[in-house]
Write a new protein. Sequence first.
Length: 148
Amino acid sequence: MPGYKFHILGGVATFSGLMMLCCHYGVPITPFIMLQWLAATILGALFPDVDIKSKGQGIFYKGMLFFLLFLFWTKQFHLFVIMSFLALVPLLVRHRGVFHRPWFVVVLPLSVVFITGIVFPAHGVLFFYNAIFFSAGALSHILLDRAA
């Protein structure tokens, strides 16, 4: 089973491949967008291990803490409660369960894109690309686990 450094390396390799595809098809890319997509890919590469004590879980819960504080600060209490319950899911499932299923790591980000696209329609394309890079990183994680 590869460690988190190997999964990060796999995420960087996946990011590089996707960037070559984007450049080939003329997708407009700024340095900020490139860093954002790199971060999405690396986060995706660590995400499937969110259900065990890992670097991915630590990053997930630190990010969730900041997100929950933001929701609380902006008085979005209904979303705060929903996200609090969703944050418990990784603690309730078995390792290599749903978080290691290819369909899940594709459907989850695309669902988030759909919901955020309704709320912020001007940023729908950006959310979509982030989801693609996140899913690709997560799929690289699953592939590396299966190869090991």
